[in-house]
Ligand binder design. Structure first.
Ligand code: C2E
Ligand code: MG
Ligand code: MG
Length: 328
């Protein structure tokens, strides 16, 4: 019945102007008497299932289940814990070096957030950034990242280490009207040279919020902050934005670097070679992410991509370890 309802509702219809319209339909269902015998609960359960159905892009039906309730409860608990993590300062920025292979020196670092959970576990960003995005908690977390990055730059400058630090921005942050002002205030209070700060945005973030992203990018570059496109090659195929947007470079996604191994054919390295050539002809910088083997390193040198980041050189590490690495 639900499928029939969806199929019937999703048929396109036409306005008198001739314009074609389509709607979507999501259905949440709970079973009587299997799930509950109480009317109010039945509606609540169906509502929960409907919320879950709406998360998918296409029209569909979702049934109430115990897993759904558990997931929803877990989400709420995680959200509370995240909120507490902000107030209790449980986040740490780890640094992963980015090297210039022509000099063999560390020229930059990427700041990658870690959550030092009270349980003793270190939680990786993939496990909490998406939820922080959905709930809006990414705004205060993102601000903390900007502040902490400026702290780190201050500390590096105090020991005469003039390297750049890049931070990651997610979609909601790009939509935040106050971000630019916040960055400007934070760097000027911390007396950080804007040239030392770099922002990383993915292609999707830029395309989905083109106007806002453009405004932000223009603003930050005016301050002297550099901008890189992260995970390049995994998002959109439209390349025209590369010419239009004020950006400084591309970070080749690690899935392309991974394809370089001793068995790889020319066709498998074609994309990475093309991306390097594309960046160079657009006079953009290019960084290869996820370099794990000597073979990949040699391939990149041969193909004129000398700025690299990956486990071959170092994992993301805490600030003190990073300073030791710099000394070496
Ligand atoms: P990303 O910006 O593309 O960061 C690179 C990810 O690749 C990092 O994962 C890094 O640890 C990992 N990586 C680096 N080298 C290698 C390698 O050689 N091999 C492999 N297999 N992986 C490597 P991480 O730290 O777990 O971060 C995941 C993602 O979370 C980041 O991807 C970024 O999108 C997001 N993220 C991290 N920190 C922040 C933050 O402060 N704010 C926001 N909004 N997002 C963040
Ligand atoms: Mg990044
Ligand atoms: Mg990346």
């Amino acid at each position: 019945l639900a499928n029939e309802l969806i199929n019937a509702s999703c048929l396109p219809f036409y306005l008198s102007s001739g314009q074609k319209c389509e709607i979507g339909l999501n259905i949440g269902a709970a079973a009587f008497p299997l799930d509950t015998t109480k009317a109010e609960e039945l509606l609540q359960f169906a509502d929960l299932a409907d919320h879950s159905a709406k998360k998918q892009a296409v029209s569909n039906i979702k049934f109430y289940s115990k897993e759904l309730v558990d997931a929803s409860r877990q989400r709420i608990e995680m959200e509370d814990a995240l909120r507490e993590a902000i107030s209790k300062n449980e986040f740490v920025l780890y640094l992963q070096p980015i090297l210039d292979l022509t000099s063999g020196k560390i020229i930059k670092a990427e700041a990658l957030i870690r959550w030092h959970h009270p349980s003793g576990d270190i939680i990786f960003p993939d496990a909490f950034i998406p939820l922080a995005e959905q709930t809006g908690l990414i705004i205060p977390i993102g601000k903390w990242v900007v502040k902490e990055a400026c702290n780190i730059l201050q500390k590096l400058s105090a020991i005469n280490e003039e390297i750049q630090l890049s931070i990651n921005l997610s979609p909601r942050q790009v939509n935040d009207r106050h971000l630019l002002e916040f960055i400007q205030d934070t760097i000027s209070t911390a007396k950080v040279n804007p040239k030392h700060l770099e922002l990383e945005l993915t292609e999707g973030v830029v395309i989905d919020n083109y106007d806002k992203a453009l405004l932000l990018l223009k603003g930050v570059r005016k301050l002297g902050i550099r901008v890189f496109i992260d995970d390049f090659g995994t998002g959109y195929s439209s390349l025209s934005y590369l010419q239009k947007l004020p950006i400084d470079g591309l970070k080749i996604d690690r899935t392309f670097v991974k394809q370089i191994n001793k068995n790889s054919q020319d066709s498998e390295s074609a994309i990475i070679r093309a991306v390097i050539a594309l960046a160079q002809s657009l006079k953009l910088g290019v960084v290869a992410e996820g370099v794990e083997t000597e073979l990949q390193k040699d391939f990149l040198i041969q193909n004129n991509c000398n700025i690299v980041q990956g486990y071959l050189f170092s994992q993301p590490i805490p600030f003190d370890n990073f300073c030791q690495l710099l000394k070496k």
